[in-house]
Design a protein around this ligand. Structure first.
Ligand SMILES: Cc1cc2nc3c(=O)[nH]c(=O)nc-3n(C[C@H](O)[C@H](O)[C@H](O)COP(=O)(O)O)c2cc1C
Length: 439
């Protein structure tokens, strides 16, 4: 009887899914579905091809917290999951900093599903509507991002990987004119997770109550870097063809430097007019940040010195101030070898550009009595999420500008601090070398 129900449900669902054209290397999961008859498996339809440039997608990234009741289609859900964490051309769309250690749960009205990336399907985990129980914001679908501790024991690196997945969810969701927001997801444990999984993030998916409404307004009054250009690379191609290497060479133009720093931590070239009372930020940044603290400092190390990137003015969002998008040289000389030796990949010494994200603990303390203090180790994973999101943007932007990159770990924190002239209030999080791929 159970088998008959499963077959009927599967048939009903498969006729409801309208496959779409323009699919790249999409797996056929039907064999798998036949083998695992005891599981309730729902194949996802082919993803939608979205035509938007990478920079446009980065510039449109924003958080949405209010949604209409209009459902998210299976094609839209399929596209978001595929580009978030599917197996594209045999590899994941994000960099496995440690090991691919994330799992996505999909919370729908009728139940909770596990995303099976290998077969691009949903496996029923639990029946029942858990969406309101776990989520901060009501939406037709909630995505739960969890850390699989059996794959990686390092919470920080797993969070940095989840930060990359979160970026793809933002980019693809926003490009589909849907909305999402990164929220802290401890409540996901209410669905009853396996003991090796720890909840991290919940991202709602839905149609924004206030439609997207941007105007192009790059504010470059105080900039010593060239204006951000849209590359000819579509978002989806950048995700599919993400270029990584361990052997670097070549040079970086000023335009490439500008694009990469912007992708790492800059502000959108758009002003957002679609603001509700709950969401007053008018110019968004390329990554989300818990409480909009934006506590990362971005350094650029080249052959001729160490530079600090300034994207805007402190607590810009309070007064809606203009962006700066500028670099200031803090040291003369070539320090790439020393940085490389203090990292997990010494061959990055030949990279023409090395980006380092550094956490300022002071910036995570909030305003005394007003905002939460997120400076303790308990919350450190949130800043790795943000650093992972920033590093991922650099991987994609490098790909779009015919460069290659990597995500490398700092192994000698004290040396890096001293090279960047920082005290113990600063913690180097991730290193991203960029350059031409050498063979
Ligand atoms: C790790 C992390 C946790 C967050 N948690 C929440 C949350 O619990 N609730 C919420 O409304 N927003 C949360 N945010 C979203 C930020 O508030 C948002 O990114 C920031 O206000 C900037 O707005 P924007 O993303 O629209 O540019 C979180 C962001 C990050 C990166």
């Amino acid at each position: 009887m159970k088998r008959i129900v499963i077959v009927v449900v599967t048939l009903l669902l498969s006729t409801a899914f309208m496959p779409v054209i323009n699919v790249v290397n999409f797996p056929n999961s039907s064999n798998y579905a036949k083998k695992e008859e005891s599981l309730q498996i729902y194949e996802l339809p082919a993803p939608i091809k979205i035509d938007i440039s990478l920079e446009e997608a980065i510039a449109r990234r924003k958080s949405v917290r209010e949604f209409t009741e209009e459902p998210v289609s299976e094609e839209e859900l399929s596209t978001i999951l595929w580009y978030a964490y599917g197996y594209i051309n045999g590899k994941r769309p994000v960099h496995a900093i440690d090991k691919n250690a994330a799992q996505i749960y999909v919370l729908k009205e009728d139940g909770v599903y596990k995303y099976d990336a290998l077969n691009h399907s949903l496996i029923l985990y639990k029946t029942g509507d858990y969406r309101k129980k776990v989520a901060q914001y009501e939406a037709p679908i909630q995505l739960g991002l969890v850390w699989n501790k059996s794959k990686s024991s390092n919470e920080y690196y797993a969070s940095a990987e989840i930060g990359q997945i979160g970026q793809n969810i933002y980019f693809v969701t926003n490009a589909l004119n849907l909305g999402t927001v990164t929220t802290v997801g401890f409540t996901l444990s209410l669905i009853g997770l396996p003991s090796n999984e720890e909840p991290k993030i919940i991202m709602p998916l839905g149609h924004p109550k206030y439609p997207y409404n941007f105007t192009y307004k790059p504010m470059l009054l105080l900039s010593n870097l060239p204006c951000i250009q849209n590359s000819s690379m579509p978002l989806l191609t950048a995700i599919e063809e993400r270029s990584e290497t361990t052997t670097f060479g070549g040079e970086i133009t000023k335009q490439q430097l500008s694009q990469i720093l912007w992708a790492a931590y800059g502000f959108s070239y758009y002003i957002d007019h679609s603001l509700s009372e709950k969401n007053k930020i008018a110019r968004h940044r390329v990554v989300p940040s818990a409480h909009a603290y934006y506590p990362l400092k971005i350094y650029a190390i080249t052959e001729d010195g160490i530079y600090k990137y300034f994207a805007g003015l402190y607590r810009y969002y309070m007064w809606n101030l203009p962006v700066l998008h500028t670099v200031v040289k803090i040291r003369n000389g070539d320090f790439r070898k020393e940085i490389a030796e203090a990292s997990s990949l010494p061959s990055i010494e030949n990279a023409p550009l090395i980006i380092i994200s550094v956490l300022s603990l002071r910036m995570t303390k909030g305003m005394i009595g007003l905002w939460d203090d997120f400076s303790s180790e308990e919350y450190r994973w949130m800043w790795y999420y943000e650093a992972g999101a920033s590093a991922y943007n650099v991987l994609l932007e490098s790909t779009a500008w015919n460069l290659s990159a990597n995500i490398v770990l700092p192994t000698d924190i004290d040396t890096i601090r001293s090279l960047l002239r920082l005290n113990e209030e600063y913690i180097p999080l991730l290193i991203v070398p960029v350059g031409e791929k050498m063979h």
